[in-house]
Design a binder for this molecule. Structure first.
Ligand code: ADP
Ligand code: ZN
Length: 562
């Protein structure tokens, strides 16, 4: 039996919702009619028969007459009164006893019955389905993944155990999901998991383990699973998962990297072999207020600047790109290059101080990352995190300015807003920006639509759970060696194709054809990579290119280089 809530949900959406408006308007019309008649009744009784009745008595009389109950306790004794009573009775029969039930049946009951009879959820994938992606669990991350899969024409099937979710997904978003419990062996067989290219499992940790075990008992299809508690990752691997994605831990690390202001190594975002990719805030460095050409970063450190962030927007830098106090440069280079940068900026991580709001899994992961990098931090949370014995948080509601001031927000160099409440994160961002204009703010966005608001509130970096999660899954599915910098910018690798062997980089016209930019060339594991190769560099087919570009540019590059 489906819960009543889903039936109510049916009434308040789609065409039924429009009909509900018509019904409300009709009921308002009936109410006006009753009050109008009651007023006339009062007036006629007084003028025709000299009798006084209250307005309530009038409403009572109209209702008994319109519903044809006619108790007979209040009656007219004159011809005009009889005529009026007759009109009220007839309008009651027409508007209340005929039109109202007819309307309710035709607008609600009939479509509802029709809908119940018509809708048959999908119970298995069509015969012959193969090389598809099976996705267990629907949340914003898998929703975003579904959009990416649709854009790339990769076949997929979602399996959902809630009947009403299956129906809503199909009616509202046009996505046909399979109805069933993904931990049920029979359902998995109907999904054709043994012929699938991947199974993505994204429910709670316990359910994930159950599903992974069931899939493994059936076939060896690669399984990618999300994990909430990092300590469950090992169990999931033991159960048979090929890849376990600790999304919250990754988010915490991303946020921490972007909130620290000192110590180049604390900014290392990712590594591509020997190449490290780091993001460095310009504020407080000798580069602030200069054009990239005049900052001489390459000359002094050997690092290549591959991108410049300006409040949530990343641009491919040119010589004339201006480095403001708010800019963050994305640099790429080897370990020794970063060491030179650290010496040049002359700042040690111990001089930094980062405030982390929220000691959930994301906050805890950010704290562990900073601890590992020797960056001092203060944690604030409303409650004690019983799952963590390593960190001690200041207990208090960070939406209060007093708590923020008490925790020395004015002395902090960075702030990480990690709660799972976007409105609260927006509030911390606004308040902290006001209390400390130069603070670096990295905020977590739980919903995609709040990313822009967080930037407007003054965040320097917004890391969206949905984007990060869906990008990681997409990279795994496409077996790509790609780094997600932000929504709209990836760093990726591709071997130099035979067709470009012995040609200069310039003659291949990769940027003109695809929009992607080659930022590095690697040859074997031993040799030092070439960073920002000059246009005259000769490409050879034993090289691997490192490129930067938007997802569309990446797709075009992969097509060109294939
Ligand atoms: P996750 O595990 O995904 O990081 P949680 O909901 O478990 O998410 O963690 C969010 C943390 O943020 C919780 O520990 C919660 O107590 C804390 N939090 C939420 N709102 C505030 C607030 N106004 N001030 C301080 N801490 C907050
Ligand atoms: Zn902790």
């Amino acid at each position: 039996m489906k819960p009543i809530a889903s039936e109510i949900a049916y009434i308040v959406r789609g065409s039924a919702r429009k009909n509900l408006k018509v019904l409300t308007a009709y009921c308002s019309f009936l109410a006006c009619m009753v009050f109008g008649y009651a007023f006339l009744f009062q007036h006629l009784m007084q003028t025709l028969e000299g009798r006084e009745f209250s307005f309530i008595a009038g409403v009572y009389w109209v209702i008994t007459v319109m519903t044809t109950l006619g108790f007979g306790d209040i009656t007219f004794h004159s011809d005009p009164g009889y005529i009026f009573a007759g009109i009220v009775t007839i309008s009651g029969v027409v508007f209340l006893l005929i039109l109202l039930p007819f309307g309710i049946i035709s607008m609600f009951l009939a479509p509802w019955i029709e809908n119940r009879l018509r809708y048959h959820p999908l119970l298995e994938v069509p015969p012959g389905t193969g090389n598809h992606v099976v996705i267990c669990g629907l949340d914003p991350v898998t929703r975003a993944l579904v959009r990416k899969l649709q854009a790339r024409d990769i076949p997929f099937f979602l399996v959902i155990s809630q009947y009403e979710d299956v129906q809503r997904l199909e009616e509202v978003e046009g996505i046909r999901a399979v109805y069933g419990d993904p931990s049920d062996l029979a359902v998995l067989m109907k999904l054709g998991v043994e012929r699938a290219r991947n199974v993505i499992v994204n429910l709670g940790d316990k359910e994930n383990i159950n599903i992974v075990l069931t899939v493994r008992s059936l076939c060896s299809t690669p399984i990618v699973t999300m994990v909430d508690e990092p300590e469950h990752a090992e169990l999931l691997r033991l159960a048979g998962a090929n890849q376990v994605v600790p999304l919250k831990k990754i988010l915490g690390r991303y946020l921490a990297t972007r909130a620290t202001t000192k110590g180049a190594f604390a900014h290392v975002l990712e590594s591509l072999g020997k190449l490290l990719i780091a993001e460095l805030p310009v504020h407080g460095t000798p580069f602030a207020g200069k054009k990239l050409r005049d900052a001489l970063i390459r000359e002094q450190t050997g690092l290549a600047v591959v991108g410049v962030w300006e409040r949530g927007k990343i641009v491919i830098p040119r010589g004339e790109t201006y480095l403001s106090e708010q800019s963050v440069i994305v640099v790429m280079g080897a370990r020794n290059n970063l060491e030179k940068l650290e010496k040049l900026t002359g700042e040690l991580p111990e001089q930094d101080m980062v405030m982390i709001i929220g000691h959930g899994r994301v906050g805890c992961s950010a704290a562990s990352f900073l601890e590992h990098k020797s960056v001092p931090f203060i944690l604030i949370d409303k409650v004690v995190n019983s799952g963590c014995t390593e960190h001690v948080a200041v207990i208090g509601d960070a939406t209060s300015r007093e708590i923020l001031k008490g925790a020395a927000i004015d002395q902090a160099q960075g702030l990480i807003a990690t709660t799972n409440d976007d409105s609260a994160n927006i509030l911390f961002t606004l308040a902290s920006r006001h209390l400390n204009p130069h603070i670096r703010i990295a905020a977590r966005a739980n919903r995609e639509e709040n990313v822009a608001q967080l930037y407007t509130a003054g965040a320097d970096f917004v890391v969206s759970t949905t984007s990060v999660g869906s990008n990681i899954l997409m990279n795994i599915l496409e077996k790509r060696d790609s780094i997600f910098l932000s929504e709209g910018m990836n760093i990726f690798r591709h071997p130099v194709p035979e067709t470009m062997d012995c040609r200069t980089l310039q003659s291949c016209r990769i940027r003109e054809k695809t929009g992607g930019t080659v930022i590095g060339l690697e040859r074997g594991r031993q040799e030092e990579p070439i960073i920002i190769p000059s246009p005259e560099t000769i490409l050879t087919s034993d090289m691997t290119m490192i490129l930067i570009g938007s997802p569309e540019q990446e797709a075009r590059c992969r097509e060109l280089l294939h």
